[in-house]
Design a protein around this ligand. Structure first.
Ligand code: A2P
Length: 331
């Protein structure tokens, strides 16, 4: 198997470190490996496959050495500037920021949902928003079978989604310290505010879920709305998803459809208190779906509770799965 040169940009961050972990676990064929971050971290070392790698400052010349694939998670402005530079040097960028997601030239990919879009890339492939990834994994088999009309998302999102600074706000908040990252204390609280507010009263996180769901499911006519909330959970996002269909369904058949779909673990036995939980999902790559029940308030609808590790499936694992497909296509 041909080995590739692979780089991680933002390697010292919450998602960046998980890129390294997931890359190790998946054992992709890597020849040379590079880790980039800001000037602040240059010179630090990171361990990958029992070897130490020195963190380099990301510069315009970082990609002048035949890097085949780069995983980016260093924020939107870094991706805006450096992803096109990397792509111009022949590197395929898999970008975890929101910078390129809605660009019509850039595929937005969840491998269980729309892997066929990867081949349309012109050098940049976008990794969707963490909340969107787990949602569309659960919606795709239902969209194929019952034709979705409308989706209502309500999210319960972990602090790790806001990076190291978000994690520290909860850790320190539990000790009584004031928040530094969030606008309010997160310990003992629920904050209905993720990313910035827009003029229409929605937050950007909500807009991302709405727009990205339509793009990934290839359905501009889908009606989607969302309320996204930060909760005092360290890791794993939970989501209540209300779905309305154009076709009718049988609830047992619908559960069977979810159970057999790629990437999903149906976790649904209320009689034994079994349903998806953030603590159980943490550290795994699956999307857990439970509390599956008919919405009696509409002709054809269902309620789902969907949980996944937002740093793994919601970011690093999804990106590495894309990298795996890209590398296989280079063979
Ligand atoms: P650094 O650790 O040097 O600041 P998180 O979201 O968990 O805080 O992680 C953000 C990641 O993005 C870190 O690895 C951070 O590196 C990196 N990063 C931030 N700004 C830049 C930049 N200007 N150039 C390269 N990497 C950056």
């Amino acid at each position: 198997m041909k080995k590739v040169n692979l780089a991680v940009v933002g390697a010292t961050g919450m998602v960046g470190r998980t890129f390294l972990k997931v890359l190790e676990e998946k054992d992709l064929p890597i020849e040379n490996f590079y880790v980039f971050a800001s000037k602040r971290s240059a010179g630090q070392t990171l361990t990958f496959k029992n070897k130490e790698y020195v963190v380099e400052e990301l510069t315009e010349h970082s990609f002048d050495r035949g890097i085949d694939v780069a995983l980016f998670s260093a924020g939107g402005s870094v991706s805006e500037k450096f992803a096109p530079i990397a792509a111009s040097k022949g590197c395929i960028v898999i970008d975890n920021s929101s910078q390129w997601r809605m660009d019509p030239e850039v595929p937005l990919v969840v491998p269980e949902v729309n892997p066929e879009d990867i081949k349309l890339n012109k050098g940049i492939i976008a990794n969707p928003n963490c909340s969107t990834i787990q949602a569309v994994v659960s919606l795709k088999p239902l969209a194929d079978k019952y034709d979705i009309k409308r989706v209502v998302y309500s999210t319960y999102q972990a602090v790790s989604g806001a990076g190291m600074a978000g994690w520290k706000d909860l850790e320190n908040g539990l000790k009584g310290e004031d928040p530094k990252k969030f606008p309010h204390p997160i310990a003992g609280n629920c904050i209905p505010h993720i990313d910035v507010f827009m003029d229409d009263g929605y937050t950007k996180e909500e807009k991302k879920m709405i727009d990205e769901t339509k793009k990934i499911l290839h359905n501009d006519n889908l009606k989607v709305t969302a309320t996204t909330v930060r909760v005092p959970v360290f890791n794993s996002h939970s989501e209540s998803i209300n779905v309305e269909f154009n076709k009718d369904f049988d609830i047992n058949e619908l559960k069977e459809t979810l159970k057999n779909a790629p990437g999903i673990v149906l976790t649904d036995d209320p009689s034994k208190d079994v349903y998806p939980l953030a603590l159980d999902a943490a550290g795994t790559d699956e999307v857990y779906v439970g509390r599956v029940r008919r919405d009696e308030s509409v002709d054809s609808g269902v309620n789902l509770w969907v949980v996944a590790d937002n740093i793994r499936k919601g970011a690093a694992t999804n990106a590495v799965q894309i990298a795996e497909i890209v590398i296989n296509s280079m063979q």
